[in-house]
Each structure stands twice: as C-alpha cells, then as structure tokens.
Design a protein around this ligand. Structure first.
Ligand code: PLP
Length: 359
C-alpha cells in the first residue's frame, strides 16, 4: 500500500452547491469564484464541473491563462487586476474582464491602446476599506472609465461586503444602501454578494452574485452549518491508521511530550500531518473520525503523522479509514478548534496528496 493520505473531491456536491446558489438567487447571474486553485479543489477541475456558472472570478493572470488554455470560454474576471500595464495586452488577447479599484489603474488604462475595449467592473468601497473607489471618488472615476478608449463604455459596478457572515450586524445593510445610493443613476450590471450575501441578504443579490466558499459546501455564517444551509462538503481529507498501540498511564505522546495519558489507553497513528495541510496548531481535543467514529487528536501534529485517542473506539485497527475533515466532519469544526477559518484549511491542502475524484 502507498501512503494512504488523500484528498477526495466530490464533484456532484460541487454541482449541488451551485444549484443551491441558483435556488437562493433566482434572478441573478452567478460568477463562481475559483481563485486560489478553486479554494484548494483544483482550478480546472472546479471550472469544468461548474459549467453552469455564468462567469468565473480569479485573482490573477496565471489562473485566467490556465483556464483559457483548458479551452474554458466563459467570461472570466480578474478580481484585483490588472496589477500592471504590461498585463493589458494579454488580458485583451484572452478576452478577460477586469476589476478597476484604484486611480493608478485608471492612469495605466488611459495610456494603453487595445484591439478591443475591455469590460471593466468598477469597484466601490462601501465600508470594507480594502479595495475600491471611495464614495467621493466614484463620479470622477466613472467619468474617466466612460471616456477611456481601452474600456468598453458599459462599465459594470461592484462592491464587497465586510461582515455579511454576521446576520445581525447592521453594517451590511449600510453597505447595500450606500452602494444603491452611489449607483442609482447608473443603468449597468451590478454585483454585491459573496457567499454570505447570497445566504443571508437577499437585497444584496442584484444582477450578479459572486459566491466562493459556499460552492465548496461550507457555510461562512457565524451561526449556521453547511447542513443548515443545504450545502454539501466537496473536499474530504482522508487517510488511514498506520499503527495502533496501548500506552500506559503517564506516558506522553508526540513532539514536546505535550499530552500525557491519564490512564492505560489505546492510541492510533494517522498518516497525515501539517505537511499535507493539516493545521499544526490544532490542539489536543480536535475531532477526527476513525471508521466514522469520533475520536480526538492528542499531542502535537507532526509533518506526516497525527496521534489520536482511541478510548472512544477501542476496536480500531491498522488500516481503518480516517477523515480529518469533510464527509461526516465539517471543516468548520476543525477550523474552530485550530483557531482559523475553513478558507485557510481548504487553500492549504498540499499538492503532494493523492487526489481521488468521484460523483
Ligand atoms: C473571494 C471573493 C469572493 C467570494 O467570497 P466567499 O466568501 O468565498 O463567497 C467574492 N468577491 C470577491 C471580490 C472576492 O475576492
């Protein structure tokens, strides 16, 4: 048997989650966000199975180029781009759309001639204060884009929500209202919602929604699970037990000997570790599934191995299947224990893992 650590991608779950987006945002078009290698799920794989989306959103040229080279002809938007004027010729050749969020990009565009005017999305900062034109810059940026020869005059409009994962936070309503006010006189396609907007703020749906994390079967909401939101996890991080032993009371496990057995007890060694993308900071007590039975991590995660407490599952044997997150064990729960968010765990899954597709 080769090293059993693997990542299992459930493609029918991916399609199901996109259908769930459609169900929630019936009147909107869907730009599926597949940056960061489709949140660790594989860019081309995800794009091929999200063929029902109306467009794709990526972070950079490298991702867009890979999609075009795989003959994906759908609309593609560079969510932060262009990063420099040198990219514009290829952006035009590959027929990409660009998010314009800063005056430096306007200057870059005004100096450029392209064969065919580019579709631009003008990003407005309605309160997140990351990217976008401030409300007082909107009219001048809009006018400059309208008269820029490199840009198609049908400029689209977008903003990004900062706190939509918190249903009760009044900031989201304020952001939606600010965007509406600043764009009321502009009859052009508009976009506000990320996954949390799709799930919790129907007023944010408007012409285009931009879901990412929910496509991969994860709820971004602070108060709901994927199950509550009728989403199915796409990724399962899977491995097997490669050793089982009985330790005596007061014996320690792992590097740093941080965990001591409170009694004589069985422990199992799992072939997966931080070298695969499992969070090294996951503390003792983080849940793990062995043959579908919940047990807990003990001691420090190592590069290739983890140790689990088998008192809850004393009949476990070498070769038993282990789920670190995914099917039967929400990544949200593992992320909570490890002091991080599901996004980071999914993006961090290592390329060395064997990949198994199904569905
Ligand atoms: C990443 C991203 C999204 C998707 O966010 P999720 O929380 O994963 O749904 C949407 N819009 C922009 C601009 C983004 O950068």
């Amino acid at each position: 048997m080769s090293r059993p650590a693997s990542v299992i991608i459930n493609l029918s779950a991916l399609r199901h989650n996109l259908a769930r987006v459609r169900q929630l945002a019936k009147d909107s078009r869907v730009m599926a966000i597949i940056k960061a290698d489709a949140y660790g799920h594989g860019l081309i794989r995800a794009a091929s199975h999200l063929a029902e989306a109306d467009a794709f959103g990526v972070a950079c040229m490298e991702e867009a180029r890979e999609l075009r080279h795989a003959d994906i002809n759908k609309r593609i938007m560079l969510l932060e781009g262009p990063y420099s004027g040198e990219e514009l010729a290829e952006i035009s050749d590959l027929d990409l759309e660009i998010m314009i969020h800063d005056p430096s990009q306007l200057e870059m565009l005004e100096k450029t001639r392209v064969k065919k005017p580019l579709i631009a999305w003008m990003k407005i900062d309605t309160g997140m204060h990351r990217l976008g034109f401030l409300p007082e810059q909107v009219e001048s940026a809009w006018a400059r884009l309208q008269s820029c020869p490199a840009i198609d005059p049908k400029v689209h409009l977008a903003t990004h929500l900062a706190v939509a994962s918190e249903r009760e936070n009044p900031m989201t309503e304020q952001q939606i209202a600010t965007f509406a006010e600043l764009t009321a006189d502009k009859a052009t396609p508009k976009s506000i919602a990320n996954s949390a907007g799709v799930l919790a703020f129907p007023e944010s749906h408007v012409d285009w929604v931009r879901p990412g994390i929910m496509l991969y079967g994860i709820s971004p909401m602070s108060d709901s699970t994927a199950w509550d939101e009728q989403l199915q996890p796409v990724m399962t991080l899977h491995s097997r037990l490669i050793a089982v032993k009985t330790l005596k009371k007061n014996e320690c496990v792992g590097y740093g000997a941080t965990w001591r057995c409170p009694q004589d007890m069985p422990v199992g060694i799992v072939a997966a570790g931080y070298g695969d993308g499992y969070p090294r900071h996951a503390p003792s007590g983080t849940p793990v599934l062995v043959s579908g039975q919940r047990v807990t991590l003990i001691g420090r995660a190592s590069m290739d191995m983890l140790i689990v407490d088998l008192r809850q599952h004393p009949t476990a044997q070498v070769g038993d299947p282990v789920v670190l997150w995914g099917d039967g064990l929400p990544v949200e729960e593992v992320a909570n224990h490890a002091g991080t968010i599901p996004y980071e765990l999914l993006c961090g899954v290592h390329k060395r893992l064997r990949l198994i597709e199904h569905g």
